[in-house]
Structure formats: C-alpha cells, structure tokens
Write a protein that binds this ligand. Structure first.
Ligand code: TYD
Length: 214
C-alpha cells in the first residue's frame, strides 16, 4: 500500500499559496494518488466552528493559541490520521508552523508553551514516541510583507489577521524563517515574489527533487 504523505503549506497572508495547493492536488491525482485537501484552523465541523471564533473574535494570545491547537487536535484525529492510514496524500493549508509564526512571533506568545502544546496535540498512536506527527514536507511561500500587503489591498473584507499592520506580518515572516531554520529538512522555501507560473515551477521542482512527485 502507498505510504501516506502529509504536506503543509505556509506563508503570510497574501503570499498566494491557495492556487498552488489546488495545482499540486491536481498533479498528484493525475498520477493516481488519492488526495485529501484540507485547511487549518478547520477541516472538521468542530474545527471550522473554532476557526470562525479564532479568526473573528478578539481574544488574548493564549486563548487564540488554545483554539488553534484544539481545532488541530480534532482535525488530526478525525481527518489527517485516518487519511494517512489509508495511504492518502494530505495537503493541508497551514499547520502548526502557522501557530508559531502568528501566535508566537506575531503576537509575541511564549514559544515554549507552544512547543508543549505542539507535543501534546501531535502525539498520535501511529507515530512512535518520542516522535510526534509532523508534515513530511512544508512548502513555505516566502514573500516580503510589503508585497503581500499590496496583493491583499482591496481583495476582500479582511479577517482579524489580514487587517494586522505590516509590522505584524514582518514578525510572522521572521517566525516562519525561524521554524524553517530549526527544521530545514522539512521545509521547501519557495520565493513567492515571482509570476505564478514560476512559483509553481519551483513547487513542482522541489517535490520532484524529494521524490514526492514523479
Ligand atoms: P488563511 O489560511 O489565509 O485562509 P484564507 O485564505 O481563507 O484567508 O487564513 C487563516 C488565518 O489564520 C491566517 O491569517 C493565519 C491564521 N492562523 C493563525 O493565526 N494560527 C494558526 O495556527 C493557523 C493555522 C492560522
């Protein structure tokens, strides 16, 4: 049976990850792979309710982090783990790196506490201790906050995060950089400040290089 494959996609708001997630899903399906497309926070009925709260209601950073991880736990157990057990490819629009980048670096919340929550939430029966469930690959769309802000301007009604000032996104971007530096083997950094086709070529090449796309 095919081994499950877990890929997450990250980047600041406006980095343009969505079209590439869809393109990768199509590319994998064209090669006969079963693909589960999902997102965080969200991906289950309960986690989608938590998403609506986390993205719209003001709250302190710990409450926000707990909601993200609560949504993640439900999503992992209900959707991600069963899909990986079936041998599917799970393409997840954001995962825990977003919590480190947004709640940690962006909001300034304690990274040690986040690391503890990460350990609790991502401990699953299918992964032998001391390991925890992590994506096999994280595609990081890296884009300067000023460019992202231009792309977002007037796009739609912004949610709580999208309406943050550019300085917030500069911290979030640095947060992603720190996560990537701490686990370079898991990250595929893609320069998102290029035409869409060039970004896609980089995504495709990165996956091929890792043997994840034929
Ligand atoms: P996003 O992924 O950009 O979805 P959409 O394209 O529908 O807007 O929105 C999710 C938002 O949630 C984004 O601003 C980042 C934020 N977020 C966190 O702050 N922490 C997290 O742990 C996750 C998963 C997302």
């Amino acid at each position: 049976m095919t081994r499950g494959l877990f890929i997450s996609f990250e980047g600041i708001d406006g980095a343009g990850k969505s079209t590439h997630i869809d393109a990768l899903a199509a590319a994998l399906r064209a090669r006969g792979r079963s693909v589960v497309l999902t997102r965080e926070p969200g991906g289950t009925p309960l986690a989608e309710k938590l998403r609506a709260l986390a993205l719209n209601d003001p709250m302190d950073p710990l409450t926000e982090a707990l909601l993200m991880f609560a949504a993640r736990r439900d999503h992992l157990l209900q959707v991600i783990e069963p899909a990986l057990a079936r041998g599917d490819a799970v393409l997840c629009d954001r995962f825990t790196d977003a919590t480190f980048a947004y709640q940690g670096a962006g909001r300034g919340f304690d990274l040690q506490v986040l690391a503890g929550l990460e350990r609790w939430v991502q401990t699953v029966p299918a992964v032998d201790a001391p390991g925890i469930r992590q994506p096999d690959l994280t595609v990081w769309f890296d884009l300067a906050p000023a460019v992202a802000a231009q792309r977002l301007a007037g796009a739609r009604v912004p949610d709580k995060f999208e309406s943050q000032p550019q300085a917030f996104f500069a911290r979030v971007a640095a947060g992603y950089g720190a996560r990537a530096a701490a686990d370079p083997g898991r990250f595929l950094r893609v320069d998102a400040d290029q035409p869409r086709e060039a970004v896609w070529r980089d995504v495709e090449a990165g996956l091929k290089q890792r043997g994840l796309l034929a």
